[in-house]
Write a protein that binds this ligand. Structure first.
Ligand SMILES: Nc1ncnc2c1ncn2[C@@H]1O[C@H](COP(=O)(O)OP(=O)(O)OP(=O)(O)O)[C@@H](O)[C@H]1O
Ligand SMILES: [Mg+2]
Length: 437
């Protein structure tokens, strides 16, 4: 994806990267703080790629415990042993530990983090003790390495660093940052891309769309992230997903922009009457309301394996109005079945339309199906997976459960169906692009 590369040439991003590099050189840990979205994480990952560093990653949740950071006890062949977890691996191997969602860390993990950040020290359950490189090297002057090994002292690499990512609390929900922990980081505000940079990025993605249309779309989205909208109780518009939306519009320039906005920000579902009116007014103000000439995708007419050496890609053709558009999407390893395998699945024209729209979203990002109980979300997801030859793995979530963070992806799962019942809206908006209702 050409445009993913483009992002990192933007002035604002280069600035963030330079700042992280300066702190890294000084041996300091950093905390990137900003509104929900993938920007902070992608900056951190880009930094790692630039400097060719290895990463250990953990998404903190309120269920994260000390064990998840330090050591997990496992039983194999009848005997118990300890398995190093992310923080220990990062410290001993000199990797960068990315801690995502610092505002979700509960009090019980704070002492471990504090000690690791401030002293580069950690007492492990298996009796080992992690010690800062400096202190360790000093001990080596008066003791031999085998003595230190016998005392189970392990050296923390001087290359070990922490990059924490988090939301500003309040404004967003979470635990306000504990002051001792806060003081151990160099913090930087990573706000959304500046308007001009963002516009430049979207222009480069959407060369088939008029620049006026793109700038209307971005202005609308920015309005929904303003202080006034926040006061009205409107959730932030997922600005980072605009690139994905523009990518869809670039392949389907004849498609309704309002429809794409609905997919990113399904205000009819989650807002009351007042909120809906406010969003509609904004749509009107930026001339994004549908005119008669705008179309919606109707159905999938063809699905084939992509030609050439692309084993996990499929070419999909979708009918929109009188036209047909072909585009490439990721695909699974199974057979592609455009015609339903299950005899029980009944396909109405609205199912055809939904499947075609899901293909569009699949081209660019993950998606979330929203609908009342028993309305057919799971069957449609299965049908979608069948068409593209994916195997599926359903997971039930009753709340933000630990399962989804701890799930070891050792199986070849291609489509994960997460049955979401009570995820906060901000999480859904942040992770999915195609919200199909
Ligand atoms: N298009 C369809 N053709 C045939 N059967 C369908 C269709 N849509 C839904 N059903 C049937 O309706 C029932 C509910 O569907 P499904 O389990 O997919 O709904 P859901 O939205 O996932 O429900 P829940 O909210 O409980 O997760 C199932 O028995 C399914 O077989
Ligand atoms: Mg279901």
């Amino acid at each position: 994806r050409q445009w993913v590369r483009q992002v990192y040439k933007l002035y604002a991003i280069v600035h963030h990267l330079r700042w992280i590099m300066q702190k890294d050189l000084l041996g300091q840990d950093v905390f990137l703080i900003g509104p929900p979205g993938p920007l902070r994480r992608s900056i951190a990952m880009q930094y790692l790629e630039l400097t060719k560093r290895e990463v250990e990653y953990i998404a903190l949740s309120r269920d994260t415990t000390e064990t998840d950071l330090k050591q997990r006890r496992e039983i194999r062949d009848g005997s118990a042993f300890y398995l190093d977890q992310c923080a220990v691996r990062a410290a001993t191997e000199g990797r960068i530990l990315v801690l995502e969602g610092l505002e979700k860390a509960e009090r019980n993990v704070l002492p471990v983090l504090n000690n690791l950040l401030e002293n580069r020290e950690m007492q492990l359950e298996d009796g080992r003790f992690l010690m800062s490189a400096e202190r360790y090297d000093k001990l080596l002057q008066s003791h031999t390495k085998s003595e230190l090994d016998a005392w189970k002292i392990v050296r923390v690499s001087e290359d070990f660093r922490v990059i924490a990512l988090g939301l500003p609390v309040p404004k967003y929900s979470g635990n306000p940052l504990d002051p001792p922990l806060r003081s151990r980081f160099q913090a930087r505000d990573v706000y959304h891309l500046p308007f001009k940079d963002h516009l430049q990025l979207l222009y480069s993605i959407g060369s088939n769309i008029s620049t006026e249309r793109i700038s209307q779309l971005l202005s609308f989205a920015t309005t929904l992230c303003s202080q006034e909208s926040f006061t009205l109780g409107l959730p932030d518009f997922p600005l980072d997903s605009l690139s994905a939306a523009v990518q869809i519009l670039d392949s389907f320039p004849m498609m309704s922009v309002q429809h794409v906005v609905d997919r990113l920000y399904p205000y009819n579902v989650f807002l009351g009457k007042e909120g809906r009116t406010a969003v509609k007014d904004a749509l009107k103000r930026f001339e994004l309301q549908d005119s008669e000439s705008h179309l919606l995708p109707q159905r999938i007419t063809k699905v084939e394996r992509a030609h050439g050496n692309k084993p996990f890609k499929a070419d999909v053709t979708v009918q929109i109005g009188e036209k047909e558009v072909t585009f490439q999407v990721p695909a699974g390893t199974g057979l592609l079945k455009k015609h339903s395998r299950s005899d029980t699945f009944i396909k109405t024209s609205s199912h055809n339309q939904l499947l075609a729209e899901m293909m569009q979203s699949h081209m660019v990002k993950d998606m979330c199906l929203i609908g009342g109980k028993g309305c057919g979300k799971t069957v449609i997801a299965k049908e979608f997976a069948d068409i593209l030859g994916y195997s599926i793995e359903p997971i039930m979530l009753y709340q933000v459960s630990k399962l989804c963070f701890k799930y070891d992806l050792k199986y070849n799962i291609q489509v994960l169906i997460l049955c979401i019942y009570s995820l906060p809206l901000s999480v859904i908006l942040k992770t999915a692009v195609g919200l199909h209702i």
